[in-house]
Design a protein around this ligand. Structure first.
Ligand SMILES: [Zn+2]
Length: 334
């Protein structure tokens, strides 16, 4: 009777070591094949007495069934492993999906647009290829002004150029003759500047215009103060310095108190306590009458700011060219 326990143990050990279908088949041959270990036991039945034979035979049959079931079961386990192998290999490094994000310039432009929208300004756009009339003449730029020079402006031919500011959009909106107008014009502008840390031949501006009855310089100051307080913080102060722009009279440059040091001087404001943000002023009556609006009845203010400059100040970027190099190591920081 003994020997079957050993055989069973031997089979169970080898069954767990079988790594594939071929090894299982070899195991089957070795135990229940024609010359198998268990088959040999069956052959020895004849040597037993009639009394011993039935019990031994039943025992052997039971073991044979156990072996066949074990082999079939293990084959199924291996098949399952084979099946799941190509789709799930836990040893492979993970495949991460890239998440896109908005370019820092787009983020700043969107922020500016949303603040002005909340103050009732519409967002207007216009062509980037303009005529000298819309880009200069209608904006009151005198013939002698250096901005008209071919050295400063990209002319396509005599009658076409790449706009040097987004103010031509304001002229196009005023020409529609629907007043009052309260709008901003964000967009790309072009100037023949040699690339350096603060210049690039293409950059982005947002220019604003408000024309209505009785608009004064106080409205300009109030609007810009509200805007910069939302952009840089509620304790932001503004400073207006007299300046000259062809489009406006009087004109002023706008400085905002430094959002970082609050005026005491730091790296961002280069120890001045103030940040130069852009130009502004009251729309020159000549511009209004040029598009058929009576400057005795209507007045307006205009202003502009640079998206790159604002982004550089806000994010502490010291070179405008970084925005245009498409270096993911830079862009992923925003
Ligand atoms: Zn500062």
């Amino acid at each position: 009777m003994s020997g079957l326990d050993d055989l069973t143990a031997q089979f169970e050990t080898e069954l767990l070591q079988a790594r594939d279908a071929r090894a299982l088949e070899e195991l089957r041959v070795r135990f229940v094949g024609k010359k198998g270990l268990l088959t040999a036991q069956f052959k020895e039945l004849g040597m037993l007495s009639t009394a011993e034979r039935p019990a031994r035979g039943a025992e052997l049959n039971l073991l044979k069934e156990k072996i066949n079931q074990g082999l079939d079961g293990q084959l199924e386990v291996l098949r399952q492993k084979q099946w799941s192998k190509p789709t799930l290999d836990l040893t492979l490094p993970g495949r991460s999906s890239e998440i896109g994000r908005l370019h820092p310039l787009v983020q700043v432009e969107e922020r500016v647009k949303s603040i002005f929208r909340s103050m009732g300004f519409t967002v207007e756009t216009g062509p980037e290829i303009e005529t000298p009339y819309y880009n200069f003449t209608a904006l009151n730029t005198p013939e002698w002004h250096p901005a008209r020079d071919e050295a400063d402006t990209f002319y396509i031919d005599k009658e076409h150029l790449l706009r040097t500011e987004t103010s031509p959009v304001q002229i196009r909106v005023l020409e529609r003759g629907k007043l009052p107008v309260r709008m901003i014009a964000p967009g790309r502008v072009y100037r023949k500047d040699k690339p350096d840390p603060t210049h690039f031949p293409v950059f982005h501006q947002v220019e604003g215009l408000y024309v209505d009855h009785g608009v004064t310089f106080a409205d300009l100051k109030g609007t810009l103060l509200t805007f910069y307080r939302q952009l840089f913080g509620s304790d932001t102060k503004l400073r207006f310095r007299p300046h000259y722009f062809p489009f406006t009279e009087p004109s002023a440059e706008v400085d905002a108190s430094c959002f970082l040091c609050k005026g005491s001087g730091c790296r961002v404001c280069k120890d001045k306590g103030w940040l130069e943000m852009g130009g502004s002023g009251m729309v020159d009556p000549a511009v209004l009458s040029g598009v058929g609006i009576d400057p005795e009845e209507w007045t307006g203010f205009a202003f502009g700011l640079g998206i790159e400059r604002t982004a550089m100040i806000w994010y502490g970027v010291d070179d405008i060219r970084l925005f245009y190099e498409n270096d993911l190591r830079f862009l992923r920081q925003f």
